[in-house]
Design a protein around this ligand. Sequence first.
Ligand SMILES: CCCCCCCC/C=C\C/C=C/C(=O)SCCNC(=O)CCNC(=O)[C@H](O)C(C)(C)COP(=O)(O)OP(=O)(O)OC[C@H]1O[C@@H](n2cnc3c(N)ncnc32)[C@H](O)[C@@H]1OP(=O)(O)O
Ligand SMILES: Cc1cc2nc3c(=O)[nH]c(=O)nc-3n(C[C@H](O)[C@H](O)[C@H](O)COP(=O)(O)OP(=O)(O)OC[C@H]3O[C@@H](n4cnc5c(N)ncnc54)[C@H](O)[C@@H]3O)c2cc1C
Length: 627
Amino acid sequence: NDTSMQHRNLNHMTREERFSEAMRRTLYALKVLLPREGWTPVGPEMKYLARAIKEFTFIIHAGVFIPCIMSYGTNEQIAKWFPLAADFRIIGTYAQTELGHGSFLRGLETIATYDRANQEFIINCPKITAMKWWPGDMGKSANHVLLMAELVIDGKKYGMHGFMVQIRDLTTHEPLPGVTVGDIGAKLSFESVDNGFLYLQNVRIPRENLLSKLSEVHPDGTYIKKGNQRLMYGSMVRVRVNLIAHEIVMPLAKACTIAVRYSAVRRQGLINPSKEEVPVLDYVAQQHKLLPQVATVFMAHFAAKQLVKMHHDYSLEVEKGNTSQLPELHALSAGMKACLSEQGAAGAEIVRRACGGHGYSCGSGLPFIVNRMLATCTYEGENTVMQLQCARYLIKCADQAKKDKLTGSVWYLSDFSNMSCTAQTFGDLQEPSVLVKLHERRAKCAVQHAGKKMQNMVKNGTPAHDAWNMMATLLINAARAHIMQYVVGTSVTYISELSCSASLKKILTQLCALYALHNINSNCGDFVKFGCLTSAQCDLAQEAEFNLLKQLRPDAVGIVDSFDFTDDILQSCLGAYDGNVYERLFEWAKQAPMNKTEVHQDSYQYLQPYLHEGRDVLEGRGRNSKL
Ligand SMILES: CCCCCCCC/C=C\C/C=C/C(=O)SCCNC(=O)CCNC(=O)[C@H](O)C(C)(C)COP(=O)(O)OP(=O)(O)OC[C@H]1O[C@@H](n2cnc3c(N)ncnc32)[C@H](O)[C@@H]1OP(=O)(O)O
Ligand SMILES: Cc1cc2nc3c(=O)[nH]c(=O)nc-3n(C[C@H](O)[C@H](O)[C@H](O)COP(=O)(O)OP(=O)(O)OC[C@H]3O[C@@H](n4cnc5c(N)ncnc54)[C@H](O)[C@@H]3O)c2cc1C
């Protein structure tokens, strides 16, 4: 309720105004509203901010730069840089992606060469493709970067390492010598974020600025490895784990809130010709668009909670030196980020489109959400690349399953029990245990199918890397199937263990079944191809989904109300709690800058001459138009 936090109408602001407004609001929130004993920029308060602020700055500073200091820094380096970063006395970003490389990290070209005589690293972008490109907060805000660069000592390359590099003067904010930095220009979304470019030419930093938790360089240039070098990729794992809740579940919940509330208000057309116009939410076609997406919000939320817990437990083990969980966590986090961002982004567009013309208006709040969710499919690991990383792990596990009993998220790959489905009615297919088994069987068959195809190609003389490349689509499908069984399985377990009222558990169970059935019906080719379902059972699966839509329709608005977004957070004329969509749309449109004058200035400049001519012709004075 603090007016300083109230959103101004972002759609009627320029990009620079949005950049400034987001910075003002974020700093106000971080410096005034939130600090209390033990506050940290990566604590629960950040979750509040991520929910409450439609656009905020310093996402990368708080969500990536600071956690990286904790992950890669020694205790001394943390003691030096964390307090400065937490109090925003230094603003940082995570500078890894380059103009020429983002996915293939071994191809990064920025070099950090050790200068033994001066005990410094010389940072250099040897060519234009080495320039850092995309990091958030880097164009105009950050004065430091956590630079990921190839370490070179005496001409020998040691791979990607993290370096703390100051890029702007802490007093004037001017770029330092050797630093060319700026904003990369307009993008599909993240209008308020200054994603930037950074060209470093022979910038010198002290030896102590190599973040040295995992490796260090002694004054004489001796390189010491201090841990599992794959932990150097750990920051990306953490962000992939955390962004699901913040950038997928939360925005999709907002979009569903808007679309369901609007669909309950918007009357359009007739179902029974003898009755009055119906709310479009009464159309089964509309329910089929919206309610599975509402279910996705809950299931992705439950699965993300499980993944966050797994990451937390893994982090505790890493502190003890045990990194054995890293391969599974990497595969799961990469797969979850890719598959849920794909589902979430597609789902947000489905519900936007379900709102007709007004869903195309920025006043609905939906285009903002859709465009922003599209970015989740690219950043923090492009989805295809992530799905292939997940598949790489699955293929290895499938081989291992032939001789070992697997555990963890891949346990089903060594489950050779009879998994045939005996469902005879659509009710049988609404049973959580049946749905879990179906998803496990489909995933196991998809992984084995891709693996078998590649093995046969290799047996016939195809090089393994070519077989991998040619079967990539099957591998990606296997990764999706694996994640779907993980989401369904963890959600069923989570709901069964949830202590809540029977009526709430009933709704959550129905939503879980809807999510699973929608997934089955959207991928029934796999379920039939792998013998999981007969054609007749596929019909039952569709009947089961339609039945759930009917059961959930009466509670649809109540379910999205439970997300408890305020009107200010939603910023939507269609999704406001009072349902006065038309009055809100009209008021919103009238505030558009285009309407600040009755006649737009340029009309006089370009249109006026023709208007006079038209009037003369109409009144019989002037010559007829050539037309
Ligand atoms: C608080 C909430 C915060 C929310 C923030 C929301 C807003 C955020 C907005 C924007 C932020 C965006 C930031 C960014 O985009 S940062 C840049 C992200 N970039 C990437 O993700 C790059 C993706 N590419 C890679 O990760 C790698 O290049 C690769 C994994 C695709 C390939 O790496 P490579 O070294 O070539 O490895 P291999 O494929 O050969 O595999 C080798 C081996 O290593 C294992 N492995 C790979 N990655 C990891 C990892 N991250 N962790 C652990 N292990 C890993 C891999 O499995 C192989 O193992 P093996 O099979 O046993 O050999
Ligand atoms: C909004 C936004 C914010 C970002 N913030 C940051 C940030 O703060 N810090 C940072 O360092 N970076 C950031 N990035 C960059 C982001 O991490 C990269 O864009 C991402 O890793 C993809 O890399 P790329 O852009 O080089 O695409 P590429 O890897 O070039 O991908 C291009 C296409 O090639 C395909 N492809 C690539 N490799 C393979 C493969 N092995 N197999 C099959 N297909 C493949 C991809 O699937 C894709 O379709 C941000 C990007 C965006 C959009």
